[in-house]
Design a protein around this ligand. Structure first.
Ligand code: HEC
Ligand code: HEC
Ligand code: HEC
Ligand code: HEC
Length: 356
């Protein structure tokens, strides 16, 4: 065998060996890529959580840097748009907030609406916005369509130049989606099973946040904050947003019309920061808790969160404990551990929750 042939054969063997090794290497790479891919999907969600905490702690630039790339991804676009919109909303940059919210809603609702909602949108198109608005307002508490209804109302208000109302509707539509479309059921539903917790909550400041809006109450504090101590703030949407539970959301606080006892009851059920104010709307997770209570069935925290329970932490509190709250200034910083320890309710060990 000539030397060159030998080299050729060896080279051939080598190539074959390399190809084989290549297959193995490529295989391993794919395997690793899949793992990293899965991890990436996993990290993306916690990235949003991290951004939310940063944003609500006032580190909005850092939060925006995390959220902007997530805006373009299919799985995270809606949530990232919502959170970015909230940053602008809380800075009172309304145009920017509206754009971000609207883009997120377009992704969330790629199709035309159906049923009564379709009827309303076609009325809008034939310039009968008032009639459309009436239909939509009657659907605000419908669990199945609550988010879409708010989106469509927002579009009407935007066209009419009522930008405050439009921004609020868009934000609330996205909040309903973030809440897994669950509905507020009112505090007596929680009290039934959590009587001890209820009693210890009742004496906290959170339970009384609605009362401070009444004339004459907390006069000294109000005077210090430049509020009129004799004014009735209980019908002021600007205050109710943070001093009641689920304001503007399905089942949540709604200003009652005088003489309407059903509406008065609903208002009472959601006045102050109730259980659902911190733990999220109950319509969908209560059935799981029922099974825990009556069938001793275990559950995971994730299971409850998938049904609208809030993953409790700083980001829940800072929807209200932020710098838009009138007691604070621009360098306000919310310290979760401090407030959690201060005064929420007594705590009891859980028996039915499984470790995740
Ligand atoms: C049918 C009874 C029942 C009702 C109604 C009910 N709960 Fe509970 N809840 C339970 C039980 C049982 C547990 C589990 C307690 C345990 O593990 O010891 C629980 C646990 C919880 C937890 C802890 C979840 C966790 O593991 O992190 C929260 C928060 C909670 N409930 C809030 C609420 C709120 C808010 C309402 C009203 C909207 C409500 N519950 C209504 C029975 C109920
Ligand atoms: C962005 C949410 C938010 C809005 C909007 C808001 N508040 Fe508050 N408010 C809070 C929070 C949070 C506190 C408690 C601050 C703390 O103790 O850290 C508070 C505290 C107060 C207090 C002090 C109560 C006390 O006992 O010390 C008064 C009075 C008050 N708010 C009135 C109002 C009125 C009136 C309006 C509407 C014009 C309003 N707030 C709008 C969140 C809000
Ligand atoms: C929906 C709005 C809202 C949410 C959500 C909320 N709070 Fe509050 N919170 C308020 C308002 C308004 C007050 C003011 C009550 C007052 O001073 O009369 C308040 C007061 C308090 C107080 C009493 C402060 C004091 O000066 O004694 C504590 C403690 C507190 N909140 C803790 C929390 C924690 C912890 C969370 C999150 C797990 C939370 N809050 C979530 C609106 C909210
Ligand atoms: C101001 C916010 C706030 C309100 C209002 C509130 N909670 Fe909580 N809740 C918390 C916080 C914070 C925790 C502790 C979470 C943790 O362990 O990190 C908690 C924990 C719990 C737990 C888990 C067990 C325990 O005792 O720690 C249950 C059950 C619960 N809450 C039920 C309720 C019910 C029922 C109500 C209404 C009567 C209510 N909560 C009102 C903030 C709140």
């Amino acid at each position: 065998m000539s030397k060159s042939n030998w080299v050729k054969i060896e080279k051939y063997k080598m190539d074959k060996y390399l190809t084989k090794r290549g297959v193995v290497v490529v295989g391993i790479c794919c395997f690793i890529a899949v793992i990293i891919g899965n991890q990436a999907a996993f990290t993306v969600e916690s990235e949003i959580d991290r951004a939310v905490v940063l944003a609500r702690a006032g580190k909005t630039k850092e939060a925006e840097n995390i959220l902007l790339p997530l805006l373009k991804q299919k799985t995270t676009g809606v949530q990232a748009g919502y959170e970015l919109g909230l940053i602008s909303y809380e800075r009172n940059e309304q145009d920017q907030a509206i754009t971000l919210f609207k883009n997120a809603l377009t992704v969330a609702f790629p199709q035309l609406p159906s049923g009564k909602l379709q009827q309303a949108t076609s009325l809008v198109q034939s310039d009968k916005a008032d009639e459309a608005e009436k239909i939509l307002l009657s659907l605000l508490d419908d669990e199945a369509t609550a988010a879409r209804t708010r989106y469509e109302l927002g579009l009407i208000y935007e066209k009419q130049g009522k930008l405050d109302d439009a921004a609020t509707m868009f934000r609330n539509a996205l909040t309903v989606i973030a809440n897994k479309r669950a509905v507020y059921v009112g505090i007596s539903n929680c009290k039934k099973c959590h009587l001890k917790l209820y009693k210890s909550w009742k004496d906290t400041k959170s339970a009384k946040t609605f009362d401070v809006l009444k004339p004459g109450i907390g006069a000294e504090v109000k005077a210090k904050l430049n509020f009129d101590p004799q004014k009735d703030y209980t019908k002021d949407a600007k205050c109710l947003e943070c001093h009641t539970t689920g304001f503007g959301l399905p089942g949540g606080y709604k200003i009652p019309e005088p003489g309407d006892s059903k509406a008065a009851k609903r208002a009472e059920e959601n006045a102050g920061i109730t259980c659902e104010g911190c733990h999220g709307p109950g319509s969908k997770y209560i059935p799981v808790l029922k099974n825990a209570m009556f069938k001793k069935q275990k559950y995971t925290r994730q299971e409850l969160c998938d049904l609208g329970q809030f993953k409790i932490g700083a980001n829940v509190c800072t929807t209200c404990h932020n710098r838009r709250n009138p007691t604070t200034g621009p360098d306000y910083h919310f310290v979760y551990e401090e407030y959690k320890a201060k005064d929420t309710h007594e705590h009891f060990p859980l028996r039915y929750r499984m470790e995740e």
